[in-house]
Design a protein around this ligand. Sequence first.
Ligand code: PLP
Length: 435
Amino acid sequence: MTLTEGIFPDTANVSPTGHLAVGGSDLVELAGRYGTPLYVYDEATIRARARAFRTALAGYPARTTVCYAAKAYCAPWILRLAAEEGLGLDVVSSGELHTAALAGFASERISFHGNNKTEDELEMALRLRVGRVVIDNLEEIGRLADRATAAGVRQAVLLRVSPGVTAHTHTHLQTGAVDTKFGFGPDVVGAAARAVLSRPALDLRGLHAHIGSQIGELEPYAASIERVFAVAQEIARLGADIREISPGGGYAVRYRPGDPVVDGPGIAREVARMVAESSRLHGFARPPDLAIEPGRALVATSGIALYRVGSVKELPRVRTYVAVDGGMADNIRPTAYGAEYTAVLANRMQDPAEATFAIAGRYCESGDVLIREVRMPRPVAGDLVAVPVSGAYHLAMASNYNMVPRPAVVVVEQGGARLVRRRETNDDLLTSDVV
Ligand SMILES: Cc1ncc(COP(=O)(O)O)c(C=O)c1O
C-alpha cells in the first residue's frame, strides 16, 4: 500500500515483510519490545516541520520566533528538540514551565499564557524570568504588577486580544470568537492597556491573538490580524509602543487521506506577509517583531499510536468492532469532539482492504470508539493497529481513566529507538494517594 503523504511521518515506509517502519525501525518489532499501547515519534519529522516553519518566516522584515505551543505535547525530550531547532516556547501552567526548566529551555524564549494563571504560577514565571507573560484579564494585571514590583523585576507582557473571529472549526477548538473565555474583547482592551501602562513594573510590548485550531484557510487569520492591528493603533494612541505581534497558532494538519491538503508553513508565510502589510496600512513606522505559535502542526504527524487487537466482534448488518488495548484515555479527541482518524494494520501492510471496521477502545464508556469507520484487511486478535497523526493532544490530554496506566513513548531516528517515557505501572497510579 502507499502511505499518504502528510499523514504518516516523513520517514515512514513499508518493509519487504509488509511491516510499517518509521525512522528505520520496524513498528512490529518495537511493539514487541516495548509493549502496547505504544506511542512512537519520528524525530526527523519534527525537525523538518520546525525548519519549514522557521524558513517560512525568513522573509519577514523584522525579528521572528516560531514558538512551539507545549500544550500539544510536553515532555523534556521534545522541548530539548524544540530548543535545538531554535524555537521559542509557549507554556500555560507551572507544570509546563517546570518541564521547560528541566529541559534547559532558555527562559527568555518562553511565553506564559493562560486565562487564569495562579498566584504561584505568576510567582514562578517571574522567578524564572520568562520572556513574556501574555495577560488575559484585568485582575491579572494588578496581580502580576504587584509581584513584579515586589521582586524588583520589569516584566515584558503582551495583551491577549479576542479578535471576534469565528473560524470554520469545531466550537471546542475556537478561541477567538466573540463568545470566548480568552482575552480582552473590544470594549475592555483600551482599559487593559491603560492599566498596564500605569504600572512601571510591566513593559507592554505588544498584542497576542489566537483564533482556534485546525484552521487551514487564510481568511480567519487575515480577519484576526486586521483586528489586532486596529487594536494596536488604538492603544498606540494611549502611549503604548507596540513592538511585537503574536497571531497565535492553529495551523491545520491532515488526519485522514480524504482531508484537504494543508501547507502549514505556507499559511505561516502568508500570515507573516499579512502582518507586515497590516502594520504598514495601520501607519506603523516599521513592522513589529513577529511570533507564531504552532503546536499540532509541529508534532502531530510525527507521532503514531500502536495498539494490539484483543477481540473482533461482528454485529451482523450493523458494524464490526475491533477492540484495542488503548482508547479514550490516551486519545480523548474522538470522544471529546468527534475527531476522525484513519488506521492501518502495521503487521499486514500489504494485505488488501476487505471491509469497513470500527476501532473500539478498552474503556468503560460506549463513546470510547477511536474510529467509527476505517477500511482495512479483516483484523484478528494479535494484529497491530497503527493510528497516524497521533503526536499532538493525545498524550497531552491522557488520563488514567479506569485506573489504566498510560502508554510508553519511544523516539525513533535513523534506525535507533530510545525510550523517552516508560509505561506506567499500577503502583504509579497510587503514588499520590494517601493510604
Ligand atoms: C494561545 C495558543 N497558541 C497556540 C496554540 C496551538 O494551537 P495548534 O496546536 O492548533 O497550533 C493554542 C492552542 O489552543 C493556543 O491556545
